[in-house]
Design a protein around this ligand. Structure first.
Ligand code: IPE
Ligand code: IPE
Ligand code: MG
Length: 242
């Protein structure tokens, strides 16, 4: 029997990251357009954020659009961009009701439209003092791009005389990532059946427990999250020790 509620022997991870995959296949299975899958997926996300809050998870990061997803047909990309804008509007309207959440975005904003960029900035500003769940949405995010960006920043600071070589530590690199201030990933969940990271949080997931499920993102609900956390609770995290 699937247990739908948190229970005593569950260890609640501090930071859970999600690769929200399988929207297109969800739609195709129903004879719908792929973009219908993205719409359904964004509804799933809304409900899941409430569930995550209730479970007491402190940080949740969601992969919404990768630096590689620009390769998709123009109409799919533009529908996704429109959905993000609508989604941010709703997030702002419900941030308080959703339990005082703080919303951040991770990724290179350079290639995003002015209207999307200004909505992102507005949403971050409006929620920055909230003390509840920290939600990060990764849009035009790539782990390699993020590390290259940090490397350029280190080179600049070194050239300008602010940094010496011995100050270049993992902690310094952490502080230069889009996720600065957010603890490393404890549990990384990928829906949709693929077993790969697809360039998501490659630095931050160095010691994450990986959980792959065939469930497609629009079908992923609280009960699936509980199953993932139960599995996480059974893992023995050694971090190189004994
Ligand atoms: C994930 O679903 C959402 C994005 C990558 C934007 P997909 O669109 O990759 O769905 P599948 O993998 O084709 O089913
Ligand atoms: C990863 O899914 C990106 C997001 C979920 C946003 P993809 O569907 O783009 O990944 P690949 O192409 O199967 O690796
Ligand atoms: Mg996919």
């Amino acid at each position: 029997m699937i247990n739908n509620t948190p229970h005593d022997n569950m260890i609640i991870p501090t930071h859970v990251a999600f690769i929200m995959d399988g929207n297109g296949r969800w739609a195709q299975k129903r004879g719908l357009k792929r973009t219908e899958g993205h719409k359904k997926g964004s509804e799933s996300l809304k409900q899941l954020i409430k569930d995550i809050n209730r479970l007491g998870i402190k940080y949740a990061t969601f992969y919404a659009f990768s630096t590689e997803n620009w390769k998709r047909p123009d109409d799919e990309v533009s529908t996704l961009m429109r959905l993000f804008e609508d989604y941010i509007d709703e997030l702002m309207a419900s941030a308080d009701k959703a339990g005082n959440s703080r919303i951040r975005f991770a990724g290179d904003r350079g290639r995003l439209s002015e209207s999307l960029k200004s909505k992102m900035a507005e949403c971050e500003e409006a929620s920055k003092d909230n003390t509840g769940l920290c939600v990060t949405i990764a849009v035009n995010y790539g782990g390699k791009d993020e590390l290259a960006h940090a490397a350029r920043e280190i080179a600049r600071l070194t050239n300008e005389g602010y940094l010496t070589l011995e100050k270049i530590t993992p902690e310094l690199i952490d502080s230069l990532l889009y996720t600065s201030g957010i603890p490393e990933v404890d549990l990384l969940i990928r829906t949709g059946g693929e077993q790969r990271l697809s360039n998501f949080l490659i630095w931050q997931s160095a010691y994450a427990e990986l959980y792959f499920t065939d469930t497609l993102w629009p079908d992923f609900k609280n009960k699936h999250l509980i199953l993932a956390i139960e599995e996480f609770s059974r893992r023995n995290r050694r971090f190189g020790g004994l």
